[in-house]
Design a protein around this ligand. Sequence first.
Ligand code: DI6
Ligand code: FE
Length: 400
Amino acid sequence: MKTLWQNCHAATMAQGVYSIIEDAAIVTQGEHIQWIGPRAELPVGDYPAINDLKGAWVTPGLIDCHTHAVFGGNRSGEFEQRLQGVSYADIAAAGGGIASTVRATRAASEDELFASAAKRLKSLMRDGVTTVEIKSGYGLDLTSERKMLRVIRRLGAELPVSVRSTCLAAHALPPEYKDRADDYIEHICAEMLPALAAEGLMDAVDAFCEYLAFSPEQVERVFLTAQRLGLPVKLHAEQLSSLHGSSLAARYQALSADHLEFMTENDAKAMAESGTVAVLLPGAFYFLRETQLPPMDALRKHGVKIAVASDLNPGTSPALSLRLMLNMACTCLRLTPEEALAGATIHAAQALGMAQTHGSLEAGKVADFVAWHIDRPADLSYWLGGDLEKRVVRHGVEID
Ligand code: DI6
Ligand code: FE
């Protein structure tokens, strides 16, 4: 069914850059955008359905390209400990941190994990999110990683949001493999990834490259396996220290390298050359009271595409609003509101390998967009949370 959406302005992100059309019109045909441009140039024709957007600003549907939204348990006690001065690394060393979420996630049923994650996703969706990536990584054995990935697939099937699934088996060392990190990596490569790939449960493979997680050599083995299975890779890199995981990611044409506070200019150059997106995670930066800023000047100078995501997870970023992340990207990480919006739309799509179909308002792309009742696009980075009046269209159909 052909539908005309008019009486609006559009921040299109066409061709990957921030650009606006005042007094725009959008024509959707089924799930796709058929035409977008200034209303004065609207092709003459028959529009069986016409929607008056009442002066709204239309943006692409927001894309949260890095979350750990599926998990069991709750870590607010750990938050209280950290407020008393205990560090994230100390908590992890004492068996808390990721390990405590692994225990709770292993103990939870698929239905329980689905129900708690669905609530979190609905919160993100109330903020205009139409596409979200979710990682496994709190199971750390084949059965529990499979359980998480099945929940991730089910979220995409049952909620009106597009879900990308990423396997993060190399997130932390499970207790069964204490002091045997190489053996766990071997298990991931020989057993877990081949089995999960055969079941079609993942769209990408991620790892945590850090002194308290896995070394670049170990990550490389995971990347080689992913490559052999035909899956794109991503990497948590340079969050707490500089191991040049982002350069390693670039060598494997990773879709993205994420966090990046401790990356160097050479890492930025390597990422620019491979087209690897820099995913910045201001929620984790803020929640850990990090003071080391990602090297924004180097990223800009070398033309690395920058995305912004929530990192929604129970330990370092219990963030339920992507718009709040846009604000923090500006206030804490010094992005402009235009960069932040590109970071949650077109560059986020690229970080998921979806830029051909999502992330901008262009003819031929999927009709995922939000009509916001705001004065200017910068308002999306300005308000701290809250509920902005808006209409959300996904696959050409308005959802509530
Ligand atoms: N980096 C993070 O910030 C999260 N995972 C990661 O690799 C933290 C996950 C957690 O603490 O539960
Ligand atoms: Fe993360």
